[in-house]
Ligand binder design. Structure first.
Ligand code: GAP
Length: 496
């Protein structure tokens, strides 16, 4: 079994239609990505299970879908206009821009004086092995001096309405969170919620990152799944201030969620932000880091934003954003715990963790061992012989029936062994094969047995199941989460 490199995943994603570079026919935009036929299914499945687990299945959560374009004062109040900046340096020669704090994390180009000026690309942070020099010039062109750092605001600016003037400036939201804060009172009034309760939102966010990269890990347009969980700071939970106890609960919930959908325990770890790392609004932030191919990096963050945002929006809007505590007979501003995850980073982590290469009968097998709920296609219906009309007709009939409940695909473009491998490579948990025994042979006067073969992706075991049982079998496997071994035990094995 091999751990996936980023190059392997990027190539698989393009080849099998998970992810394409945006505007590729025009040379592409390195910082934006398009999700293809399988990618959109995987992405929707991640969002669907997140919403189901954190909104529908909890009594203390509701959802929201706020607009991307908001009143510009939102960003003044939130601090994004003044603080949402990265230190940027420019190369005086090639004019490329870099984040000052990341320049030394980039592989660098070097014209080595010890080898008559030969050009080398040297690993980030390492010296040249010929002359011993460390990077001082632009890492990209290796020729230009870098300017002193200056602050660069990451928000995309645009204009609302037909006139491009200062009064109509607005921004693409850099986080979905603010849409929740400005709707706090609307949700409170319309749902009569009591603290603690949370508001969840999934939606696009935009950041003019100076150095996007690592495939979909850091892009300029991405999607977030965010929760703002409002708690009464005067309450005590588990003998501790409510915000601190709820913070730890949410850290545990998020960790458990990623484990539940397939991330290996030793690929995820917590990172406690040091004081000087904390965002301007945060009392405490803990990140979930994932072992990406480029090293441990942030998968999501869980922050205690205190009452910062609600107080800021109350101050700038002049509207009260409080909750009335019946017990203490006082209006208070709730504290907020914010679990904030990126859809794209979650998708990348699930892809990397699912990817395995193994040897089967002397041949390499690539398999994406996706959790069945995340798998883009749940069932593939395959004909053993596509020249037999009865087989093909039975396949189409089965596909139509099964796809009403589980996304099911029909494929007859190769021999069966290759069709199985193709489904393994995109993570389809089950294949159903229709063969001559299923439909019989009218010319020979043989009737079919009405049974099909189900093949399971991970074990490659095959069982023979009556067509009439298929819906019950898949309902157990895909809806109830019954183990394959338990379901398979009730049916005879089929030859592989
Ligand atoms: N509301 C809090 C917030 O936005 P963040 O740490 O800046 O916090 C939260 O972003 C999550 O959004 C990150 O953990 C990451 O998963 C995702 N994210 C942030 N910037 C991203 C980018 N440029 N590309 C892809 N995902 C990004």
């Amino acid at each position: 079994m091999t751990a996936a490199t980023m190059d392997v995943i990027v190539s698989l994603c393009k080849r099998r239609g998970f992810i394409f570079q945006s505007s590729e026919i025009y040379g592409g935009t390195g910082s934006c990505w398009d999700y293809g036929p399988l990618g959109v299914e995987l992405r929707n499945n991640i969002k669907r299970v997140w919403w189901r687990d954190f909104v529908h299945q909890r009594d203390d959560m509701v959802g929201l879908d706020a607009s991307i374009l908001m009143h510009p004062m939102v960003w003044k109040a939130s601090g994004h206009l003044d603080h949402f900046t990265d230190p940027m340096v420019d190369c005086r020669e090639c004019k490329r821009r870099f984040r000052a704090d990341q320049v030394d994390e980039i592989d660098w180009t070097h014209y080595c004086p010890a080898t008559k000026g030969n050009k080398f690309t040297i690993k980030a942070g390492e010296p040249c092995k010929h002359c011993g020099v460390r990077r001082t010039l632009c890492p990209e062109c290796g020729k230009g001096e870098l300017t002193a750092p200056r602050q660069f605001n990451l928000m995309f600016k645009t204009f609302m309405g037909p006139v491009e003037e200062d009064a109509s400036v607005t921004y693409l939201r850099p986080e979905t969170a603010q849409g929740i804060f400005v709707n706090f009172d609307n949700v409170l009034q319309s749902t009569r919620r009591k603290l603690p309760f949370g508001i969840a939102q999934i939606g696009k966010a935009f950041r003019n990152e100076i150095t996007p990269g690592n495939f979909i890990f850091r892009s300029r347009e991405f999607e977030q799944m965010e929760i703002e969980f409002f708690v009464n700071p005067h309450d005590r939970v588990d003998g501790r201030p409510a915000d601190e106890a709820w913070h730890d609960r949410w850290i545990a919930e998020c960790q458990a969620w990623f484990a539940r959908y397939g991330l290996a325990a030793d690929h995820v770890k917590l990172h406690e932000h040091a004081r000087d790392e904390l965002a301007h609004y945060s009392k405490r932030t803990v990140d979930l880091l994932y072992k990406f191919p480029m090293g441990w990096s942030e998968l999501m963050g869980i922050a205690n934003r205190t009452d910062f945002d609600l107080k800021q929006h109350a101050k700038f809007s002049g509207k009260s954003l409080t909750w009335f505590d019946e017990e203490r007979k006082e209006h208070l501003v709730p504290f907020v715990i914010e679990p904030s995850a990126g859809v794209d980073r979650a998708l990348l982590a699930f892809l990397l963790d699912a990817y395995q290469e193994e040897e089967v009968r002397g041949e390499k097998r690539v398999v994406l061992r996706f959790h069945p709920e995340l798998a883009p296609i749940k069932i593939a219906v395959l004909p053993l012989l596509k020249k037999r009309p009865e087989i093909v007709a039975t396949c189409h009939d089965l596909r139509h029936r099964l796809t009403r409940r589980w996304l099911t695909l029909y494929d007859d473009t190769a021999a069966i062994g290759r069709l199985y491998r193709r489904q393994d490579e995109v993570g389809t948990p089950y294949c159903v094969t229709v063969d001559v025994k299923t439909v019989g042979d009218p010319e020979k006067g043989e009737t079919g047995d009405g049974k099909v073969t189900i093949r399971e992706r991970d074990t490659m075991q095959q069982i023979r199941v009556p067509i009439a049982d298929l819906e019950t079998v898949f309902s157990r496997l895909l809806d109830a989460g019954t183990a394959w071994s338990e379901v398979a035990a009730a049916y005879p094995r089929a030859e592989g």
